[in-house]
Design a protein. Structure first.
Length: 327
């Protein structure tokens, strides 16, 4: 997490762009991090754009952008983000531009967080930053990614990954999820939610990119698991079983499991645990309720169970989280 000192001086986010840039992805970073402010209204991030050479950089559209900084901007970065570029979809061109960008990443401080949007993950992999780590990329590119970088644990189902300070996201819009996740990690749900509201996007999307992968048309008679999710959210503090959730969706357990994974990218119990952790986070941030009471309200039963799940998901205890993010 970002220290209070780092938050005060302005966390430096550097966006490293390449020829053939997808402009939307650059805009996502500037828009979301640019909206994050403290309770006093101070901006929490300084966002700059750089390239391997300062100057005009082409995009995948009919306009170019003027990039004011060269790779020296990476020298004092706190976070570096690599968006996708047109070359990522043309394997014969990928190496020509990705290699110098990967070399530029060698300038990034060891303490910095590094992230990619969509197929920008190919650059992180080329730089060796994803070796032995879990990562994702756009679902259409996952098979090629696995073939080129077998040393990377590719998860094609999720919207983003966060593995020891190196983050990746799936398709273009998943860059929004990724940036909100980093803001939430740095400054808590209240700041991230304010940014999401200002951008008119959900602060957290359910599931992963599995729900967007092209699949055969749903067979007649099959229905959605949405009623089960709605039921679960109304009864988070109560014992919930797989059978009970399947009944709420009027499905057999086997059909419910399959449909839930298709629609959300998660198993029912993974999704339920995620919702309970999110509820506990909101209570820790906005109330003075004891941890045992929050554990009960969120459906974990005991404070010990909440601490175990919380540490597994966020790497900190509920008490430490509250100390950092209590409103």
């Amino acid at each position: 997490m970002v220290s209070q000192e780092c938050s005060t001086r302005g966390h430096r986010v550097v966006v490293l762009v390449r020829p053939g840039l997808l402009p939307m992805e650059l805009g996502i970073v500037h828009r979301l991090f640019g909206q994050a402010v403290s309770a006093s209204g101070s901006r929490l991030y300084d966002v700059v754009t750089c390239a391997t050479e300062a100057g005009t950089v082409s995009t995948d559209t009919d306009f170019t952008i003027q990039v004011p900084h060269g790779p020296e901007a990476l020298d004092d970065a706190d976070t570096v983000i690599v968006p996708a570029a047109k070359e990522d979809y043309r394997p014969q061109e990928r190496g020509r531009i990705a290699e110098p960008v990967a070399r530029a990443l060698g300038r990034v401080p060891a303490t910095a967080r590094v992230a990619s949007i969509c197929t920008g993950s190919f650059v992180l992999a080329a730089a060796g930053l994803l070796t032995g780590r879990r990562a994702t990329t756009h679902w259409r590119s996952c098979d090629e990614f696995r073939s080129l970088y077998p040393e990377v644990d590719v998860d094609a189902d999720v919207l983003y990954t966060d593995d020891r300070g190196v983050l990746t996201s799936a398709g273009v819009a998943s860059g929004i999820d990724l940036c909100l996740h980093m803001i939430r990690t740095d400054h808590g749900a209240q700041v991230a939610n304010a940014v999401a509201r200002g951008t008119v996007v959900p602060p957290h999307r359910e599931g992963g990119q599995a729900q967007y992968i092209e699949r055969p048309v749903t067979a007649a008679g099959e229905c959605s698991t949405a009623p089960a999710r709605a039921h679960a959210l109304r009864h988070l503090g109560e014992p919930l079983t797989l059978r009970g959730l399947a009944d709420a969706a009027s499905m057999s357990v086997r059909t419910f499991n399959r449909r839930f994974r298709q629609e959300s990218g998660l198993t029912p119990m993974q999704w339920l645990t995620q919702q309970r952790i999110d509820h506990a986070r909101r209570l820790l941030e906005s109330t003075d309720l004891p941890v045992d009471r929050i554990a009960s309200d969120a459906g974990f039963g005991t404070g010990t169970a909440l601490r175990q799940h919380f540490h597994a998901a966020l790497g900190v205890s509920p008490r430490a989280y509250r100390t950092t993010f209590r409103v």
